[in-house]
Design a binder for this molecule. Structure first.
Ligand SMILES: Nc1nc2c(c(=O)[nH]1)N(C=O)[C@@H](CNc1ccc(C(=O)N[C@@H](CCC(=O)O)C(=O)O)cc1)CN2
Ligand SMILES: Nc1ncnc2c1ncn2[C@@H]1O[C@H](COP(=O)(O)OP(=O)(O)OP(=O)(O)O)[C@@H](O)[C@H]1O
Length: 193
C-alpha cells in the first residue's frame, strides 16, 4: 500500500507539472467556473492555500469568494506537525514555516472552515485524494468533521485524475472536485454530513 502511493506520487507530480506548464490560464478559468452555490451553501469560512510547485493556484478564486463575502483562512503546519487554519488579514500575518512553506503565523486567529479548498497530487472518481503523504489534510479534516460539518472541494487539473487511489481508513474523501474545465460532484453513494 505504502509503495503504491509512493510511486503514484512520483507520476502524479510529473503529470501535474506538465498540466501546470501547459495551462497558463487555468487558475482564472477555474475561478470563473466555480459554482457560487457551493459557497452559498457551505460557506462562509473558506480555507484556501498558497500554491507551491505546480499546484493549481486558488488565488483568483479566493478573490472572487472574498467579494462574495467569504472569510478566507489558510493552513498552518504547527510545531507538533498538526495543521490548523488561520485567518490572514494581510502579509504581516504570514511567516516562513517548515517544508519551505509561507504560512499564517502562530498569532493569527484560528478559524473553523466550513468549505475547504484542498490541493492534491491525484484524485479518483470516488473522491479519494492523494496528498504529499504527511497526513496533514487527513488529520485536520477529520478533526474539523468531529466538530461540525465541513465540505471538501479539491482543486486539480483534469490530468490529475487516476483510475484508483489506494485508500486507507484514515483518508478523508473529497465531496467535490473543480478542474479548470469541469465541476464534479464526487459524493454519490456517500452520505454528505
Ligand atoms: N500549498 C500547500 N500548502 C499546504 C499543503 C499543501 O499540500 N499545499 N499542505 C498539505 O498537507 C500542508 C503542508 N504540507 C506539506 C507536506 C509536504 C510537502 C512536500 O513534500 N513538499 C515538497 C515540494 C512540493 C512541491 O514543490 O511540489 C518537498 O518538500 O519536496 C509540502 C507541504 C499545509 N500547507
Ligand atoms: N486521522 C488521522 N489520525 C492519525 N493518523 C493519520 C490520520 N490521517 C492520516 N494519518 C496518517 O498520516 C500518514 C499519511 O497519510 P496519507 O498517505 O493518506 O497522506 P496524504 O493524504 O497523501 O497527504 P496529506 O493529507 O498530507 O495531504 C499515514 O501514515 C496515515 O496513517
Amino acid at each position: 500500500m505504502a509503495i503504491d502511493k509512493a510511486s503514484l506520487r512520483i507520476s502524479a507530480r510529473q503529470l501535474r507539472d506538465h498540466a501546470n506548464a501547459s495551462n497558463p490560464n487555468a487558475s482564472r478559468e477555474l475561478a470563473g467556473r466555480f459554482p457560487i452555490k457551493l459557497f452559498e451553501r457551505f460557506g462562509p469560512t473558506v480555507a484556501g492555500y498558497l500554491a507551491i510547485g505546480s499546484e493549481l493556484d486558488p488565488a483568483p478564486l479566493l478573490d472572487r469568494l472574498k467579494k462574495a463575502g467569504a472569510e478566507i483562512c489558510l493552513p498552518r503546519v504547527e510545531a507538533d506537525d498538526s495543521m490548523t487554519f488561520r485567518r490572514v488579514a494581510d502579509e504581516r500575518d504570514l511567516e516562513a514555516g517548515p517544508l519551505g512553506l509561507t504560512q499564517p503565523s502562530a498569532e493569527a486567529e484560528r478559524a473553523h472552515p466550513t468549505l475547504v479548498l484542498a490541493p492534491l497530487l491525484a484524485f479518483d472518481a470516488a473522491g479519494n485524494r492523494l496528498g504529499y503523504g504527511k497526513g496533514h489534510y487527513d488529520r485536520a479534516l477529520s478533526k474539523l468533521r468531529s466538530d461540525g460539518r465541513t465540505f471538501v472541494c479539491g482543486l486539480a487539473y483534469a490530468e490529475q485524475e487516476v483510475l484508483k487511489i489506494p485508500a486507507e481508513e484514515t483518508d478523508v474523501p473529497l465531496d467535490w472536485l473543480m478542474t479548470p474545465k469541469a465541476s464534479l460532484p464526487l459524493f454519490f453513494g456517500r452520505v454528505v454530513g
